[in-house]
Write a protein that binds this ligand. Structure first.
Ligand SMILES: C[S@@+](CC[C@H](N)C(=O)[O-])C[C@H]1O[C@@H](n2cnc3c(N)ncnc32)[C@H](O)[C@@H]1O
Length: 253
């Protein structure tokens, strides 16, 4: 098997595994925790980091989380992020006054909900869309609360996705956080490159996903973007995990 064939095999196996996955319902009542905070509070990364614990973290891949955070995992919004990274990312996004958002790969939907709620405190969102290959009941419920959001169940590697994307001229922010393999990550970036002012990548520092790191380095080297990284790690975790990179089109700054 040559290199390309073996990479495609990995992608195929990944999709088969995904089809067996289920999402776990979110406790959407916790969005009130964000709404109750004022802009001064939400502009401070330390506050947002502690708020994320109350919002609740995901418990898949628990070995990537320090033991001190385990008590917050498996509940609430099940956000699949490191608070130490995501808090700083959100604070910077708040300053950029984002007006539309696409999240590619939402899993249980927690990061999507937290991002939408946070961004809307700083600037109104015209629309926000979460997409995933697997269903997400919680986002359908969330749509009852936030009418400017949508969930679309679609495979980003399909022709149908390309046709769906044609409906949108522009996304202010796109977060790519789906199957962390080089070919798919590059396809997803290319699919939104000309529509997105800001592209964020998850897992740029994750030891398990060198393909994402590779794409991130390529994006930085285009020199078309102002790039920032949120890759702080927790003490007591030996390997490097997660990590968010944002690439802001220079003309958007
Ligand atoms: C790491 S999870 C997303 C985590 C989420 N962004 C968060 O922070 O909570 C990756 C998601 O990508 C989705 N995914 C993987 N390949 C996909 C594809 N080809 N099209 C759409 N979604 C895909 C998976 O079903 C999974 O729910």
């Amino acid at each position: 098997m040559n290199n390309i064939e073996s990479k495609l095999k990995i992608v195929e196996q990944g999709w088969k595994k995904l089809k067996k996955l289920n999402t776990i319902p979110l406790d959407l009542k916790r969005v009130a925790l964000i709404n109750s905070k004022n802009l001064e509070y939400l502009s401070d990364a330390a506050n947002v980091e502690s708020l994320m614990l109350d919002l609740g973290l995901n418990d898949e891949g628990l070995e990537e989380f320090p033991e001190s955070l385990h008590q917050y995992c498996g509940q609430g919004l099940r956000i699949w992020q490191y608070p130490i990274q995501f808090s700083k990312y959100l604070v910077d996004l708040g300053k950029l006054k984002i007006d539309s958002y696409l999240e590619i790969g939402i899993r249980h939907g927690g990061t999507f909900v937290a991002t939408v709620e946070y961004l809307q405190k700083f600037s109104p969102l015209k629309y926000a869309i979460g997409i995933d290959i697997i269903p997400c009941q919680s986002l359908l419920e969330y749509k009852q609360i936030q009418q400017n959001i949508d969930f679309v169940q679609i495979n980003t590697q399909s022709q149908e996705y390309q046709q769906w994307l044609e409906k949108y001229e522009k996304f202010d922010l796109v977060l790519i956080d789906s199957f962390h393999e080089e070919i798919q990550c590059r396809n997803e970036f290319m699919s939104v490159k000309d529509k997105a002012n800001i592209v964020a990548f998850h897992d740029i520092a994750n030891i398990k996903y060198p393909g994402v790191r590779k794409i991130w380095e390529e994006v930085k080297n285009t020199n078309e973007y102002d790039c920032r990284e949120y890759i702080d790690q927790y003490l007591g975790i030996d390997l490097s995990y997660m990590g968010i990179g944002i690439a802001v089109r220079k003309e958007r700054l």
